[in-house]
Write a protein that binds this ligand. Structure first.
Ligand SMILES: [Fe+2]
Ligand SMILES: [Fe+2]
Length: 305
C-alpha cells in the first residue's frame, strides 16, 4: 500500500480513498492529509463527526485521498467493508490502491471466517466481499493483475484460502465464463476449499478434510459448486487423487480449477529460496505431470501473462 515515513514523524501512513469514510458512526481513528513537502498533518481527529460536506470540500480542492496511520488499518478496513463495492468503483483512486483496500478487507474477513466453523453471518460477509471482487474483475481488464499481489504473502490458512479464492476467480473467468455470479461462487469455492482443516491445522496429511469441510457447510444454503470444490479439490485428472479417485471429467469443473490453483499456491509459496510465478508454473508442470486438466494448466499460464 502507499506507505511512507514522513520526514518529521516516525509513524507510517496508508493512503485511503474518501469513499466509504462517512457513515452514521463517528470515525474511530484520526485522518491525515499529506502536504507538498511530504509531511502529514492531522485533518480530522478520532471520534469527531465527519460528513459528506467535509469530503465534498476536499474533493473541490482536488484531494482524492486521506491517510490513516498504519496501526489503524484494521479499523479502517472494518469501516469500509460495508461500502467495499463503492470503494472499488472509485475511479479517482488508482486501481492498485483500490486493490489494496480489497485485500485488507478480504483478509480480515477470511481470518474471521476461518477462525472456527463458518456460520451464516460469516458466509454472508464472505459473499458480499466476493461479489465486490467479482464486480472489479468483470469491469476492469487489469483487475486480476492488481489483486494477484496477494500471492506474495500466502502463509497460514486464511491467507492461503484468500489466494486460492482470487486465483480461482481469475482462472474461472478464463475457463468457466466470466459472469459476476459464476465468479462470486468460484471465489467462495476457493475461500472455503480447506474449511475442513479448521480445528485440524496441526495435521500435515489430512485426507479427510475435503469430506469434513463439505459436511460443515451442509445446510448453509451454499451453491452446489462450492460444496463440489470443497469435497473434490484433491481429486486428480489421472485418478490419483482422493477421496474418491475420480478421473478426468468425472471431477466437477470447479473442483479441477480449485485443485490446480491450490497446488500452484503450495508450490509458489513453499519454494525456498523464493521463485517467480513462471518458475513455479514450470515446477508445477514437471512435478505434477498428468494430475491436472491440460486446458486448465494452459489457462493458468495465460492468467499470469
Ligand atoms: Fe485441501
Ligand atoms: Fe489448500
Amino acid at each position: 500500500m502507499a506507505t511512507a515515513t514522513s520526514s518529521n514523524q516516525l509513524a507510517t501512513y496508508t493512503a485511503v480513498p474518501l469513499v466509504g469514510l462517512v457513515s452514521k458512526d463517528v470515525v474511530p481513528f484520526p485522518l491525515f492529509l499529506r502536504t507538498a513537502d511530504n509531511t502529514w498533518v492531522l485533518y480530522h481527529p478520532a471520534a469527531a463527526p465527519l460528513d459528506e460536506s467535509h469530503l465534498g470540500r476536499l474533493q473541490a480542492e482536488g484531494t482524492v485521498q486521506l491517510y490513516v496511520r498504519d496501526g489503524d488499518r484494521g479499523m479502517y478496513f472494518a469501516r469500509v467493508e460495508s461500502s467495499l463495492d463503492r470503494v472499488l468503483l472509485e475511479r479517482n483512486m488508482p486501481l492498485e490502491r483500490r486493490a489494496d483496500v480489497l485485500h485488507g478487507v478480504a483478509l480480515a474477513m477470511a481470518e474471521d471466517l476461518l477462525a472456527a466453523a463458518p456460520d451464516r453471518g460469516g458466509l454472508q460477509r464472505a459473499t458480499r466481499v466476493m461479489l465486490a471482487t467479482s464486480g472489479l474483475l468483470v469491469r476492469d481488464a487489469q483487475g486480476f493483475q492488481a489483486i494477484r499481489r496477494v500471492l506474495a504473502s500466502s502463509k497460514g490458512l486464511a491467507a492461503h484460502s484468500l489466494t486460492v479464492s482470487f486465483l480461482t476467480m481469475g482462472l474461472a473467468r478464463i475457463v468457466l465464463g466470466g459472469d459476476a455470479s459464476t465468479l462470486m461462487q468460484a471465489g467462495l469455492a476457493g475461500l472455503l476449499h480447506d474449511v475442513g482443516k479448521v480445528g485440524y491445522e496441526e495435521l500435515d496429511h489430512d485426507p479427510e478434510h475435503g469430506q469434513r469441510g463439505a459436511e460443515l457447510l451442509r445446510g448453509l444454503a451454499l451453491p452446489p459448486m462450492v460444496l463440489d470444490a470443497v469435497r473434490s479439490h484433491h481429486e486428480r485428472w489421472d485418478g490419483t487423487g482422493y477421496p474418491q479417485g475420480l478421473m478426468g471429467a468425472q471431477i466437477p469443473d470447479i473442483a479441477r480449477v480449485v485443485g490446480l490453483v491450490d497446488t500452484f499456491d503450495k508450490v509458489y509459496s513453499g519454494q525456498q529460496p523464493r521463485v517467480g510465478v513462471f518458475d513455479a508454473l514450470r515446477i508445477l508442470a514437471q512435478a505434477y505431470r498428468g494430475c491436472f486438466d491440460e486446458k486448465l494448466a494452459l489457462g493458468l499460464v495465460k492468467l499470469f501473462r
